[in-house]
Design a protein around this ligand. Structure first.
Ligand code: AP5
Length: 208
């Protein structure tokens, strides 16, 4: 089984959804830069205060803030690891490659039109970071996290205008990583559309 996996794919393609299933079923550690940054913003740490304006605008947080953070988290982790939301630029990918070998870059392919619908109707848990969708993956009790019982919220960057900017940023800065990992021979692309469990079956094949 692959031990170091990078989840590629545009905002809303299902990286968090599929990543959590890999954690639950196969014991991976998931390192999500988005979750780390949102926690830093909530706790008003120095990193959070610096990152907030970029995140609210749907822009990328500067490489120098993210690369150092991820270096420490990766060094502190053990066992099989999933990187969700990192790398997002070629500079980040080069820094990661200098620290460890990526066994699999899993690219979830979803068209922009569907992504806008997914993100504007997403609801997230501030406590355990589980994600739901009002139509496609609703919580069992309206507004409450199935996993930990916390009250769900809508992320600030899931408003339509910000989502459109995040998609622009993805196409310009992060999409080139598809070719980057293809050239390294570690890329697998999965169509991220359809039933979540059907997609997970393909993800399971890819990690073997
Ligand atoms: P981050 O939190 O990483 O956001 P993202 O990459 O935009 O990804 P998302 O969390 O929005 O989507 P996802 O692919 O995980 O989809 P999900 O599973 O939730 O980053 C946020 C911000 O932090 C960035 O904009 C940037 O500012 C900053 N940042 C983070 N990393 C950075 C870095 N490395 N460098 C610089 N800045 C960084 O699914 C989405 C929705 O769809 C959910 O509602 C879900 O239930 C639903 N869904 C999932 N699968 C399906 C399906 N098959 N069918 C229907 N609905 C589905």
């Amino acid at each position: 089984m692959k031990s170091t996996i990078v989840l590629l794919g545009p905002p809303g393609s299902g990286k968090g959804t599929q990543g959590e299933k890999l954690v639950n079923d196969f014991g991976y550690t998931r390192l999500s830069t988005g979750d780390m940054l949102r926690e830093a913003v909530r706790n008003q740490t120095e990193l959070g205060l610096k990152a907030k304006e970029y995140m609210d605008a749907g822009a990328l947080v500067p490489n120098d803030l993210i690369i150092g953070l991820m270096k420490e988290k990766i060094a502190a982790s053990s066992g099989k690891v999933i990187l969700d939301g990192f790398p997002r630029t070629v500079e980040q990918a080069d820094a990661l490659g200098a620290q460890l070998d990526v066994d699999l870059a899993l690219n979830l392919d979803v068209k922009d039109e569907e992504l806008v619908d997914r993100l504007t109707k997403r609801r997230s848990c501030p406590n355990c970071n589980s994600v739901f969708h009002l139509l496609y993956n609703p919580p069992k009790v309206d507004g409450i996290c199935d996993k930990c019982g916390a009250e769900l919220y809508q992320r600030d960057d899931d408003k339509e205008e910000t989502v459109l900017n995040r998609l622009r940023v993805y196409h310009e800065n992060t999409k080139p990583l598809i070719d980057y990992y293809r050239k390294k021979g570690t890329l697998v692309t999965i169509e991220g559309v359809g039933d979540i469990d059907d997609i997970f079956e393909k993800v399971k094949e890819a990690i073997q």
